[in-house]
Design a protein around this ligand. Structure first.
Ligand SMILES: *Cc1c(COP(=O)(O)O)cnc(C)c1O
Length: 418
């Protein structure tokens, strides 16, 4: 989005502010569907946890996307958009049987990632088809926190336990209708997907009623100029070919699924924050913004790089700054970063702020969670109001503790009586 448009939005809605551009979401969605135009049946399920504002979910529905969820509450958010329950897939990790049953009752596609719950669910509900999440034991992903498919990961049922899955199916009479994997985020090498796909095809062959194979997600997007991203077009060509061969062999045109979050929304988001103070120390120039890890935690939690530009002074001479927040803990967004000369009250734009930014925001330091604006075909819409003190107080219960008698008075009284 244009710098002038973003500065106008920060003037109109105040700071800090999240802004999302639906044009970018749509072009990413189209890029992925185009890359896989070679398969008969493709379904993308947008991973809701990346950015879960219901207007964004509604926009995905309008594109024809399904939705990928990880909690009962995310399913409830999705249903507010009017999406059909069977267009929602539920891929939780380590949740209770009760929660899975509640979601299944709504008609949502269930995806189970452990043998214990699979068996209990199959015994009680043999008529509800479920997908199983397989751990292909492949090391993938940008770092250990977001790499979830390796051998000692907590996610998925090990490929070595597929015979157990088959035994559960035989014993319960349940039906496995899908095979799923998700190996991590920020996967650059398309060979990772291709290797994992061979493993999933092997698993799928062992079940008779498969309707879909879900290859999860983890596509890497560029975070700075010159950054390389997953070659979606190459992946599309190579995986589609293998997938079509599998369908021919399996004797049925099943659906190829993905559930991207970051790929679809990361670049569509900008986070705008105002510089409160420029502080020159003996070693560093700090630019303190009216935000912190309470609003954007990725740099502190994952060491993620977010490109930062000074949209109030775009043509200014570059200088070196450490961009930090106002939280009473170290909350460094960027260290010694070249940015166009910053003055107090300038607006800084944090790029790639669409995925895992707002959705991980908190009220730490009792600060308000930012407002959100969606820009659709040139028009801006406020899609979440800035919080107020009522939101901070909401659900807090004030109790009146029994008054303690003042010890001194008591003893004086006792003294007189005596
Ligand atoms: C988080 C998650 C995704 C989305 O991952 P991205 O890296 O944002 O594309 C997809 N599937 C599952 C099961 C997830 O937990």
């Amino acid at each position: 989005m244009e710098k002038s448009q973003l500065t106008a939005l920060s003037e109109k809605y105040g700071s800090p502010l999240y802004v999302y551009d639906t044009d970018k979401i749509e072009s990413q969605y189209k890029r992925l569907t185009d890359a896989f135009s070679g398969v008969k049946s493709l379904k993308l399920n947008y991973a809701v946890k990346a950015l879960s504002n219901i207007n964004i979910l509604k926009f995905f529905k309008s594109l024809g996307s399904g939705l990928d969820t990880v909690s009962y509450q995310e399913v409830q958010l999705c249903l507010t958009t009017g999406i059909a329950p069977h267009d929602i897939i539920y891929t939780p990790n380590g949740v209770s049987l009760t929660e899975i049953e509640e979601v299944a009752k709504l008609g949502v596609q269930i995806n189970i990632d452990n043998l214990s719950i699979l068996e209990q669910f199959g015994q009680k509900h043999p008529n509800i088809p479920v997908c199983v999440r397989i751990n292909p034991h492949i090391m993938a992903g940008g770092n250990s926190k977001i790499s979830v498919g390796h051998i000692d990961s907590k996610f998925g049922i090990s490929i070595h336990q597929v015979p157990h899955i088959k035994r559960v199916v035989e014993n319960t009479g349940m039906n496995i209708n899908g095979i799923h994997m998700h190996t991590g985020s920020d996967i650059l090498d398309i060979d990772t997907f291709l290797r994992a796909s061979d493993i999933l095809f092997d698993v799928a062959r062992q079940f008779k009623n498969i309707d879909f194979i879900d290859f999860g997600s983890g596509f890497k997007v560029p975070y700075k100029e010159g950054d390389i991203s997953t070659d979606i077009e190459q992946l599309g060509l190579q995986l589609s070919e293998r997938f079509n061969e599998f369908c021919a062999e399996y004797g049925k045109d099943i659906t190829l699924m993905f559930e991207p979050g970051k790929f679809l929304v990361s670049e569509a988001g900008s986070f705008l924050a105002k510089v409160n103070v420029v502080k020159q120390t003996t070693s560093t120039v700090f630019a303190h913004v009216d935000s912190g890890f309470n609003h954007l935690v990725r740099p502190m939690m994952y060491d993620s790089y977010h490109h930062i530009t000074n949209i109030s002074n775009p043509t200014g001479r570059d200088r070196y700054y450490s961009v930090v927040g106002y939280i009473c803990e170290t909350d460094t967004f960027a260290s010694n970063r070249r940015i166009a000369e910053i003055s107090e009250e300038d607006i800084l734009c944090f790029h790639n702020a669409g995925a895992y930014c707002f959705s991980m925001a908190s009220n730490y330091n009792s600060r308000y969670i930012p407002a959100e604006v969606m820009v659709h075909k040139g028009t801006d819409y406020l899609i979440r109001k800035r919080q107020t003190i009522e939101d901070i107080l909401h659900n807090q219960v004030v109790v009146d503790l029994p008054q303690k008698k003042v010890l001194k008075e008591v003893s004086e009284k006792e003294f007189t009586e005596a």
